[in-house]
Ligand binder design. Sequence first.
Ligand code: FES
Length: 183
Amino acid sequence: MIEYLAEVNLTHHQSDITPEERQKLFDFLNSLGQHCSREQSDLIPILQGAQSRIGYLPAEAMLGIAEYLGIPEIDVYSVATFYNQFRLNPPGKHSIRVCLGTACHIGGGHIILDAWKRRLGIDKKQTTPDREFDLDTVACVGCCAMAPVTVIDSTEVHGKVSPTRVDGLLLGYKLQKEKEASA
Ligand code: FES
């Protein structure tokens, strides 16, 4: 149990749960008995409900759900990590998605992913501790002629991205944040 928790905390959770999220989790767990049985077959809908309420699945949520269903924590953790729909880290203010479809892969997508990882100090599927950015990869986003491509916040498509361009994009966000802070 302690080893399991350490693994969850160290390898997947860079950001601590906030007091507001803890309260949402508490309310969610307390309301479970009204809508859900304690059957293991309810695990996926319960995980979906927790993620929809909190925004992601903190370790505390998985532990609470395991306790509710009376199953080992590792079973909950295994299901949550098996399905792509579940996220173990909180959403960042900005989502960075690096395309690794065929054209982008050939065009250096992995170099761009490494550049984002280094600049942000996180791995893919993680969130920066200040929750400004989360990072992940996507399959082809349909702009292969612009490979390698990075999509930010689902709407901004950046093509022909280079490591220098990654620096430029991050500088833009930093300047914007400073401007907002001084406004
Ligand atoms: S492979 Fe990246 S946009 Fe198509």
